[in-house]
Design a protein around this ligand. Structure first.
Ligand SMILES: CCc1cccc(CC)c1NC(=O)n1cc2c(c1)/C(=N\C(=O)c1ccc(N3CCN(C)CC3)cc1)N=N2
Length: 292
């Protein structure tokens, strides 16, 4: 309906324009049900009254942020996030604060949290995994092009949009350190060797993390998981990569993962090469959307 799309476009434009300059307050929103909670606060569905635009309002407690000394990090990451525009990166439209809280006005991802979907399915099909990995590779190519790295793409930081598309939903790898998995070990699994050794790291950390994520999509567990943190560290440093016999996974998928989980950072498969890998070409849906 031409008229509908025109008003939608106008609405979008007004939200965009408004989000640049406007001083937002809580009165601009009708707050709906809570969507989830993190270490620093909760996220609610909300409607911006003027535009009727549905958003997610993330409420962070200043006390918690101060206690964990992440407020400067949140500021830096909000600055980065508000300038990123990509279909697979969750939009930050704006923010405001009051005495006790900081409020982030975020894009609403209607199909919820990826890690819950992965737990529900145990593991994804090769088509679904490849479609997600390709869309995340495109988002990371976009970020690296803007000298933004370290989007910390573990399952807990990924959301699913209304059309089934993945959205990277974090503002800073340590802002969301609240570990929403049952065990803490989940947070270590994504660290590449150079970070375990807390050495210098560059955009190739994202290639490593995407390789870990691809493995977890296909097997339901990250590759270097171990009971003790010290064992996980050792397995990461040794790149002790093993492929279980079940579920059955194609040789092409294992080849891609083996080319991403390489200790030598300069030898990891570049993201644009990933998009040309046979496993991606044969399995990823070109639209970047996996229709359940
Ligand atoms: C404060 C919460 C938090 C802590 C740490 C990290 C993150 C990023 C993932 C977040 N979330 C965050 O920032 N979020 C930003 C967000 C956001 C979370 C979100 N949606 C949802 O959380 C959600 C959850 C469940 C849902 N349903 C579940 C049941 N289904 C049948 C229907 C759909 C639908 C939407 N949209 N923008």
């Amino acid at each position: 309906m031409a008229i509908a799309t025109e008003s939608q476009a106008a609405q979008k434009a007004s939200t965009e324009a408004a989000s640049e300059k406007k001083r937002w307050t809580l009165n601009d929103f009708d707050i709906g049900k809570p969507l989830g909670r993190g270490k620093f606060g909760h996220v609610y569905i909300a409607r911006e009254k003027r535009s009727n635009h549905i958003v997610a309002l993330k409420v962070l407690f200043k006390s918690q942020l101060k206690q964990s000394q992440v407020e400067h990090q949140l500021r830096r990451e909000v600055e980065i996030q508000s300038h990123l525009r990509h279909p697979n990166i969750l939009r930050l439209y704006g923010y405001f604060y009051d005495q006790k809280r900081v409020y982030l006005i975020l894009e609403y991802a209607a199909k919820g949290e990826l890690y819950k979907e992965l737990q529900r399915c145990k593991h994804f099909s090769e088509r679904r995994a490849a479609t997600y990995v390709a869309s995340l590779a495109r988002a990371l190519i976009y970020c690296h092009g803007k000298h933004v790295i370290h989007r910390d793409i573990k399952p807990e930081n990924l959301l699913i949009g209304a059309q089934g598309e993945l959205k990277i939903a974090d503002f800073g790898w340590s802002v969301h350190t609240f570990n929403r998995r049952q065990t803490m070990c989940g947070t270590l699994d994504y660290l590449p060797p150079e970070m375990v050794e807390s050495a210098e790291h560059d955009a190739s950390v994202d290639i490593w993390s995407l390789g870990i994520l691809c493995y977890e999509f296909l097997y339901g567990v990250p590759p270097f998981e171990a009971k003790e943190h010290s064992d996980t560290y050792k397995r990461i440093l040794l790149v002790d990569l093993k492929f279980p016999p079940k579920p059955i996974v194609s040789a092409a998928a294992k080849d891609l993962i083996s080319q991403m989980l390489v200790r030598e950072t300069s030898k990891r498969m570049p993201l644009h090469k990933l998009l040309e890998h046979p496993w991606i070409i044969q399995n990823a849906d070109p639209s970047g959307v996996y229709r359940v």
